[in-house]
Design a protein around this ligand. Structure first.
Ligand SMILES: [Ca+2]
Ligand SMILES: [Ca+2]
Ligand SMILES: [Ca+2]
Ligand SMILES: [Ca+2]
Length: 398
């Protein structure tokens, strides 16, 4: 059966043709008006022709071409004005370079025949203008041994193992060896530089050094920063192919619903506001990559700070030291403006034991010494009310 394929890029007769590995090559020849030295590669996978480096010798027709291993050989033939050729050239398909080799053993010759068997080439017969138009002499060609490393391809995916090599003659490739050395896993034919990255398998399938790249991965590296009594900044690591992120957060107590916000990539941070002071929250985030989305990340938690005065002084909010308390402790707090402040000591049931402060105080740091006196060991609370905002703090008396 014959199937028509893509036309050659010119028109030609008396050209040479041969194959190297999985590609076809055609070059030299004539269009009836002039000889050529151009050279082309045919890729059967794409059914397309590509022009390669011109043949190293002069333009000619009736040359001979064959291949040995990954090298092509073209030589002899004739042109219009200097009819007979005896030069002989080697083509390296990997480097796209021609190099001249020993002249043909039969001297200037055209209309010859040629072929290769294994590691040898053969040329013979043909004619010349020196009184021998119909010759019968026949020659064998042994390629030079240019040493080159080949690499074992144990999984047969066509890509070699850089750590397993053998020095060989460049045109002679032992079984199980390839010239490539870019297989990052030579025990798995599905892993090689031509493979597609498979998402979420934790494997660098395409040997580019990155694992699960361009996948809609679950965000990692979640952190909560810039905590105040009413806000928190949520951060996560970039996911390469994400177009958006969905963040969900809620108060860490039963019966509360998740609040969802959408963040457009490349932003990987979101500041939640309107939170309750001194309260536990939790959050999680997922990637959205076009129409695909990842699962949610694991949940992380944070606790908002105690409210005391304005947000800017949160670091200096109500502090009790030491706590637990043996005999005395110091209660300190900071007011960034003149404020009404009331601090009460409550027992475990919430009953007031005594008022520690009830005053209208200047801005700045304040300290008062707390003495347990006759209080029994146990858990107590400090209830601090500053300008009508209340917060609670647990203290322990030992
Ligand atoms: Ca391999
Ligand atoms: Ca492989
Ligand atoms: Ca990869
Ligand atoms: Ca992968």
């Amino acid at each position: 059966m014959w199937t028509k394929k893509a036309d050659f890029l010119g028109k030609r007769y008396l050209a040479v043709g041969f194959s190297i590995v999985e590609k076809g090559y055609i070059g030299t020849g004539s269009d009836g008006f002039m000889p050529y030295n151009d050279f082309y590669e045919y890729n059967p996978n794409t059914n397309s022709w590509t022009q390669k480096a011109n043949f190293g010798g002069d333009s000619r027709e009736n040359a001979i071409g064959f291949s040995i291993g990954r090298k092509g050989y073209v030589g002899i033939g004739n042109d219009f004005y200097n009819p007979l050729k005896q030069d002989f050239w080697e083509y390296d398909a990997l480097t796209n370079l021609w190099s001249q080799k020993a002249n043909y053993g039969g001297g200037p010759t055209t209309y010859a025949i040629g072929f290769s068997i294994g590691n040898k080439g053969y040329i013979g017969l043909g004619g010349d203008t020196l009184g021998n138009p119909f010759r019968k002499d026949f020659y064998e060609y042994t390629p030079d041994c240019d040493s080159i490393y080949a690499y074992s391809d144990a999984d047969g995916d066509g890509y070699g193992n850089a750590n397993s090599n053998a020095l060989i003659c460049d045109s002679l490739l032992p079984n199980g060896y390839v010239y490539d050395n870019t297989d990052c896993n030579d025990a798995n034919a599905n892993i090689n530089p031509n493979a597609s990255e498979v998402c979420a398998n934790g494997i660098d399938d395409n040997c580019d050094g990155a694992i699960d790249e361009n996948c809609c991965n679950i965000p990692v590296g979640l952190t909560t920063t810039n905590l105040t009594s009413t806000s928190a900044q949520l951060n996560w690591n970039t996911v390469a192919s994400a177009t958006k992120y969905k963040v969900q957060y809620k108060r860490d107590s039963t019966g509360t619903a998740w609040t969802t916000v959408t963040i457009t990539a490349p932003t990987t941070t979101y500041t939640v506001t309107g939170l309750l002071a001194n309260s536990k929250y939790k959050w999680k985030v997922r990637s959205v990559c076009g129409s695909v989305k990842s699962a949610f990340s694991s949940v992380i938690k944070f606790t908002t700070l105690l409210r005391l005065g304005e947000e800017s002084v949160q670091q200096k909010s109500l502090m009790v030291y030491p706590n637990p308390i043996i005999t005395t402790s110091t209660i300190s707090f900071f007011l960034n403006e003149k404020s009404n402040i009331n601090i009460e000591l409550l027992d475990l049931t919430g009953r007031k034991i005594k008022t520690l402060v009830d005053d209208y105080l200047e801005e700045g740091n304040h300290q008062l010494v707390f003495n347990r006196k006759q209080l029994e060991a146990g858990i107590y609370f400090l209830k601090a009310k500053i300008n009508n905002e209340t917060s609670m703090m647990k203290i322990v008396i030992e």
